[in-house]
Design a protein around this ligand. Structure first.
Ligand code: HEM
Length: 409
């Protein structure tokens, strides 16, 4: 089908059905829209009215809040390209590396230099002209990005990352030691929280040059009878500060996705105001995201798409694609020895690629070396699914494990 006809077909296929996905993208068995007529019967009337609301909100009622889980399910049904509507907002989802090529191209002529079009929520949260992630002022964004990249790529900075991680790790070990001595060797640790505090402390140390000591705060709450002192000069209320960074990320998602009509509802309004109050507590933190907006008409996967269209890049779906890797869901680090030149888009790509990628890799590597050099980690339940939240980024919320000091002969 010529591309312009495909586009026309795509547009019309949404007009009268409320189904999750356009049948145009479905691989087989196209969806047949169900039609309801208004009858006198009250039950039917209510049903029809609900269908009307659903037709208007389209996929909104199906949105669980977890983009990654929805994407996984949708990819298994519809293949590597599909689209959804949250109310009037059309989003095209892409889940294979070759479909990202134009979006991740490093050219300055790239039609995807903007992550998301400005909307009233992002305006209210004041994030479209400052910072980086949602900054649509490309001059300002480029300046911020160069400044940050230069700062965090310098050898001196990298040295500070490794040394800082080491210091923080030693504080954590001291706390573990005391917990073992006072509560027994079989202690179960929420390993996710310790790691979250350690990495957050590291970022705080690098950005503010102040030690946060949120690990000690956390330990003091776990074992109030054997408290450690927080050293002088530490950032006060560091646990709150870290919680505030997480709230900030949640807020970005809230203001990006919640329509004004919902934001002005009494309870929701209060919530929104609290998120803004939280924003004002902070320096500007970063939030990794995986979506872009077209600023010109563009062809992807054989379809022509208009400008100002939201694209959601499902990186995980592409990274775990069976066409790309053999047994993609098997944990097999050796695969990188054979296929070391394969594309992995974990940090995005092109000019808006994650500027914190080297810092993260260095930090994760340092942390893993320090941990496994001396300890084994044993999950309490190897088969339990990972508990996580999704708001723009996916954050683990709990991971129970025993930390076992390794025995050396
Ligand atoms: C394992 C850790 C991390 C992962 C997996 C990650 C991933 C990502 C991804 C996928 C994007 C979107 C890129 C795109 O659209 O092409 C992104 C953007 C971004 N990341 Fe990260 N990131 C991580 C850590 C960090 C750290 C530590 C920082 C800050 C020091 C950071 C700062 C940013 C910023 C500022 C952006 C927006 C860039 C822009 O719009 O120009 N990230 N990240």
């Amino acid at each position: 089908i010529p591309t312009e006809k495909r586009e026309a077909k795509l547009a019309s296929s949404y007009d009268f059905n409320y189904f999750l996905i356009s049948s145009s993208y479905k691989k087989e068995n196209p969806v047949v829209p169900m039609r309801l007529s208004v009858e006198k019967d009250v039950v039917n009337l209510v049903l029809t009215a609900s269908m009307g609301v659903i037709a208007l909100t389209r996929n909104l009622h199906q949105y669980s809040g977890d983009d990654s889980a929805s994407a996984k399910k949708l990819q298994s049904i519809y293949g590597d390209m599909w689209e959804t509507y949250k109310g009037p907002i059309r989003t095209v989802w892409l889940a294979r590396n070759d479909l990202f090529e134009k979006i991740f191209s490093p050219s300055t002529n790239n039609a995807f230099l903007i992550r998301a079009l400005s909307n009233s929520g992002l305006e209210e949260f004041n994030t479209t002209k400052i910072g980086m992630t949602f900054n649509n002022d490309l001059k300002e964004w480029s300046y911020n990005r160069k400044f940050m990249s230069k700062a965090i790529m310098s050898p001196n900075f990298i040295k500070q990352v490794v040394e800082g991680t080491q210091d923080i790790f030693e504080v954590m070990e001291k706390c573990w030691q005391s917990l073992w001595e006072n509560l027994g060797n079989d202690q179960i640790f929420d390993i996710h929280n310790w790691i979250l505090l350690a990495t957050s402390e590291s970022i705080i140390l690098l950005t503010t040059h102040k030690r946060a000591y949120s690990i000690i705060d956390y330990y003091n709450n776990l074992l109030p009878t054997k408290k450690f002192d927080t050293p002088i000069g530490a950032l006060e209320e560091s646990e709150n500060y870290i919680a505030s960074i997480r709230t900030y990320i949640r807020a970005m998602e809230f203001f990006f996705t919640t329509p004004k009509i919902i934001r002005i509802l009494p309870g929701v309004r209060r919530y929104a105001q609290n998120l803004i109050k939280n924003r004002d507590l902070l320096i500007f933190p970063s939030a990794p995201t995986t979506f872009r907006t077209s600023t010109k008409p563009v062809e992807i996967g054989g379809y022509i798409f208009p400008e100002n269209l939201q694209f959601f890049i499902y990186i995980e779906g592409a990274n775990n694609h069976p066409q790309h890797w053999t047994d993609p869901d098997t944990f097999n680090p050796d695969r990188f020895l054979d296929d070391s030149n394969k594309v992995i888009n974990t940090f995005g790509g092109g000019l808006r690629m994650c500027p914190g990628r080297n810092l993260s890799i260095i930090e994760i590597l340092s942390f893993i070396v320090m941990l496994y050099r001396k300890y084994d980690i044993e999950l309490v339940d190897m088969n339990a699914p990972i508990k996580y939240n999704f708001n723009i980024i996916r954050q683990c919320v709990k991971m129970e494990a025993r930390i076992i000091p390794r025995k050396f002969e």
